[in-house]
Design a protein around this ligand. Structure first.
Ligand code: PLP
Length: 228
């Protein structure tokens, strides 16, 4: 397992390096979040030993179990749809929530972080391809959302996230990634926001995402192998 994961990780890093070079970017500006859903804590520890720093989970229950097992040794990212009644379980435990996808969630995140005297770092998830099956704001809703979110003291919006539609050819994701970057550039001037982070690209399409400006890629299968 260890060797397998570290070989996979080396390959992912090499592909990121080449993609960054091709597009004139600094390869170290791209962070890998290893999506560890379905992966046992023991394998996460081995992946950490192989040099992976950040791990992403998409279910609160699974995250909480792994947090009890591994705790703050791990830099945790939350990448899945988040129910409001689960927010309290993430307070002071996750580095970044990639999936801020609706206003009620922003309000709840803010309520908890203000109450606990802390803050949540978040990315706003945008449904660029307008897929009915996916969460996230539509492009035209982003400006008003960001403007309002900038007024919430317990929330820091650090950038945008998207999931491209599944496609056999990763090139099909390119227009969505490009449009997400343009959206971030367009809204960069909103006071109180930074929008430095672009979380886009998974196993299938992270190379294209890096070429289009991703500085966080979320790779699961490409590191841990197929999920059961
Ligand atoms: C599962 C998941 C990933 C990783 O998917 P792979 O195809 O296994 O790389 C990335 N982002 C989100 C939001 C996910 O749920």
């Amino acid at each position: 397992m260890n060797r397998f994961v570290s070989e996979n990780y080396e390959r992912v890093k090499t592909e990121i390096y080449r993609a960054a070079q091709r597009s004139g970017r600094d390869p170290v500006s791209v962070q890998v979040v290893a999506v560890s859903k379905g992966v046992p804590s023991s394998a996460i520890l081995k992946a950490k030993a192989a040099g992976i720093h950040a791990f992403g989970e998409n279910r609160v229950q699974e995250f909480s179990r792994k947090y009890r097992e591994l705790g703050q040794e791990i830099q945790w990212h939350f990448v899945g749809h988040l129910q409001r009644n689960k927010v309290r379980l993430l307070v002071n435990k996750v580095k970044l929530i990639h999936s801020l996808d609706r206003w009620e969630l922003a309000v709840e995140l803010n309520r908890w972080s203000v109450q606990e005297g802390t803050f949540f770092d978040t990315l706003v998830q945008v449904n660029m391809a307008r897929e009915k099956s996916k969460h996230g704001l539509y492009e035209e809703e982003v400006r008003d959302f960001l403007t309002a979110a900038a007024g919430l003291p317990g929330l820091r919006v650090c950038g945008l996230m998207t999931i491209a539609p599944y496609a056999a050819n990763p090139e099909e994701a390119r227009p969505f990634f490009r449009a997400l970057r343009e959206l971030a550039v367009k809204h960069r001037a909103i006071p109180g926001l930074k929008l430095d982070l672009l979380s886009m690209g998974m196993t299938q399409d992270f190379v294209v995402a890096v070429e289009e400006g991703a500085n966080i890629v979320r790779v699961g299968t490409g590191i841990f192998g197929l999920r059961r």
